[in-house]
Design a protein around this ligand. Sequence first.
Ligand code: GLP
Length: 261
Amino acid sequence: MEVVIVADARSGGDLVAEAVASLIDRRPDALLGVATGSTPAPVYEALAARARSGRVDTKALRIAQLDEYVGLPPEHPESYRAVIRREVLEPLGLDDDAFLGPDGMAADLSEACSAYDRALAAAGGVDLQLLGIGTDGHIGFNEPCSSLASRTRIKTLTRRTRRDNARFFDDDEERVPRHVITQGVGTILEARHLVLFATGEGKAEAVAAAVEGPVSAACPASALQLHPHATIVVDEAAASALTRADYFRQAYAAKPDWQGL
Ligand code: GLP
């Protein structure tokens, strides 16, 4: 597991976008797993800027969704499908054909979950999965005590996550759906490269638990410790509870450029 401490959200976004661009150079039709939330916005902005200036060609790129609210139609502006269309697909000039995601409106939700796992496998698997982290250590919508072997399935959100996400629903926690579909922790671990991006002091405790704590379902993000290629990019504030920050800084400073992330 590599921890990269950056000065701020903007430089972190730029670094992660560069890693995505380098993947696309190597594999133009890469399957990029994307996360929602506020944190990845600088990544998507930096990637779109590279696409606009011709520094990366995203026309064959494919995008896979991490999670979705149950019961929000795709036209709802806060459905994750709508968020990804707005923040990722449109800025990169991609249409819905480039997009894979679970159906949060399916009559048979369990089947929709299994169908999504099958679709990811049929697409060749995720090449690089971008992740954020919840204040309670969740990845995707895998709340604490999610099985580390879990597959895509329905989950119930914690009170804390609904409170955290209420800002997207007019600050009304009651309007945040209770149920979601999320790639399981086991599904996420199948991606070839995991890049978790976290910014701000509010994430410091969750980041420290994920990076330096025990591997435990109590902190689903700690499952990244089991992955052979996991990169954690954090700004100074999100790194503030790490006890080994100095080591992480030294290791990154000494890293040869050719290695990339
Ligand atoms: C939601 C998403 C996660 C995301 C988390 C943190 O719960 N399902 O994928 O990582 O929010 O969001 P933010 O980056 O806005 O703090």
